[in-house]
Design a protein around this ligand. Sequence first.
Ligand code: SAH
Length: 405
Amino acid sequence: MAELILHPGKERSLLRRHPWVFDTAVARLAGHARSGDTVTVQAADGRPLAKAAYSPHSKIRARVWSFDVTTTIDHAFFKRRVAEAVARRAALPELTRRATLPALDGQEGLRLIHAESDGLPGIIADRYGDTVVVQLTSAGAEKWRTAIADSLVKATGCARVYERSDSDVRGLEGLEPTTGWIHGEAPAGAIVIEEHGVKMAVDIVVGHKTGFYLDQRDNRRLLAGLSAGRRVLNCFCYTGGFSLQALAGGAASVLSIDSSQPALTQAAENLALNPQLAAARAEWRCANVFDELRRLKTVGETFDLIVLDPPKFAPSASHAERASRAYKDINLMGCKLLAPEGVLMTYSCSGGVGADLFQKIVAAAVLDSHRTARIVKRLQGSADHPVDLAFPEGEYLKGLLLQVE
Ligand code: SAH
């Protein structure tokens, strides 16, 4: 096995159990390794530090599989790690919603593998009923595709595994997009999950991410509890996850905005799957949120509860400044549209904008709107999206629940 030898001092992050080795930390590769091969990472003084997947094309030159250098990285390793990730969720059913195995009650959606935070860098696996959708984004993950898919089938008893490896970040690893069924065949009809009693169709083939934003599941339940009697505005609604929960919670009205007509069509179809909801209280609007918020202000509309869940404005820290302006803009407009004592649920899913910066941006927006706002709850991703403390990059989703005076 080849050895990846670091510059002096560059072992520090690995000793803190951070799983990435950057190209700038590497002195040389001793031996031969191809993309995705396992290498031993070594400190400059020869100390072995970790077993990692080699990625010659990426700035993240290696991703750690194990900090125990005696571990063999083979099919059995993935079987163990995948089973551990699944068992971790099953161990907290009150947080992860009945992740009972092998059958998933109520056909709920659940993230089974959250990449680095589950010790499986470059590997995402989301379960929708008896289908698992896997996304492989690193050279190491790519190499072990079959072992990962087999391990998921064994750990869950699911009938199907679909690969959705079409994320842009694969390009940085020198990998082509890959999609298709790895195990089993396409189900006869649409995949429909149930989330807090609401049915949602999930398009695993063309939907965002693996088809659905599971990271907001816990927050959507929170929204349902806040919605009774309120006029709700849901910005960046995608397929209506927050909108339908607001209706389920008894909202007086729900106006939902998204710039994607296919997403809105799916949202309306999702509403139709739920005859128990008051469909007449829902309105779907295809518009650019930035423009539509301004227009709503000019026509004097107000809302009691506003959700702002925009796309990733800052994929990395280098985009933080432009992203900050965009976050400030929508939060400022949101505050202006809130009735007195309104509630603002506002998010950023940008890795490049940390929780502190996001709070500062929202504070500046509140100030400019001449309102006073109080944080009543800090929000994060669902419990099935854990964050390894050694890997703070895993904490991409952050939000604030504000009461705005
Ligand atoms: N809250 C959703 C997820 C939002 S994803 C959920 O819980 O499922 C972000 C959405 O923003 C996408 O649907 C995308 O189509 C939409 N979008 C991106 N830029 C936009 C813009 N400028 N105006 C309106 N919608 C936009």
